[in-house]
Design a protein around this ligand. Sequence first.
Ligand SMILES: NC(=O)c1ccc[n+]([C@@H]2O[C@H](COP(=O)([O-])OP(=O)(O)OC[C@H]3O[C@@H](n4cnc5c(N)ncnc54)[C@H](O)[C@@H]3O)[C@@H](O)[C@H]2O)c1
Length: 269
Amino acid sequence: MRVLVTGAAGSIGQVLLPGLTDRGHDVVGMDLVVAPDGTPSPWYVGDCGDPDAVRSTFEAAAHGGPIEAVVHLAGIPDESSLDAALASHVLTTATLLDAMREHAVSRIVYASSNHAVGRTPRTDLLDTETPPRPDTFYGVGKVAAEALLRLYADRYGLDAVALRIGSFLPQPETRRHLATWLSHDDAVRLVEAALTAPDPGFAVAYGISANTRAWWDLASARALGYAPQDDAETFAATVEETPATEADEVEAAHVGGPFVTERFWRPAR
Ligand SMILES: NC(=O)c1ccc[n+]([C@@H]2O[C@H](COP(=O)([O-])OP(=O)(O)OC[C@H]3O[C@@H](n4cnc5c(N)ncnc54)[C@H](O)[C@@H]3O)[C@@H](O)[C@H]2O)c1
């Protein structure tokens, strides 16, 4: 499958590019910055929120064959201002969706976040039926981006899969990560499942490995064909070598962990 990956220079993009290529996909990168040295994929520099830049990327990329799907990773993966969150997550998604319509690209896989439901108190295993409950402006951006995906799926029949990623890291570093970790290899497996699942329509799935202590239900991810192979439990002894702290308790109280705390509270405008 020929896939445009936005935010391709970032931490997830740099794992997905070789991961999807190794699995036989034809990957094209787009980012605000130039390709890191040694990137074998075709690459376009541009802002995903700029309709002209996105349009010319789609046009140029199509010379190598029609783009069949977009994996949208571009965005600020942290709390910033409301304006920046809306520009970074909502307007980029809208711009890409319009370009997809113009170029007959029918599938998007979106890097959403657990922070779309981050303010939800942690009790039982959370499924994807839980209502949106952002913990930050970042989370608000992800909720709104998911809403746009749903709108375009309903209106135009696009396949739009929102992956609420947990903690994408080489290995878990904190107690929270023992529940929220997404390994590099499982990230590739998850995105490939979202790209190739037959007719998903609009779908939401949590993006974590098969963690023994998982906080989020992987049923909808597995329904897409995701078969995670890693488990944060492998690292539990190392993570738990240091005694638990108050910060660990705070992180365990809500889905979004530290993003719920007052450290992240600020005026919207
Ligand atoms: N890393 C995680 O654990 C995690 C968890 C949940 C969600 N996510 C989401 O996954 C996505 C990727 O995260 P990451 O960790 O790779 O982030 P990152 O910061 O490492 O990479 C993001 C990339 O996007 C590019 N970018 C930003 N704005 C852009 C724009 N307007 N146009 C084009 N390129 C732009 C940046 O230059 C950067 O290379 C983000 O949307 C993030 O919110 C990540």
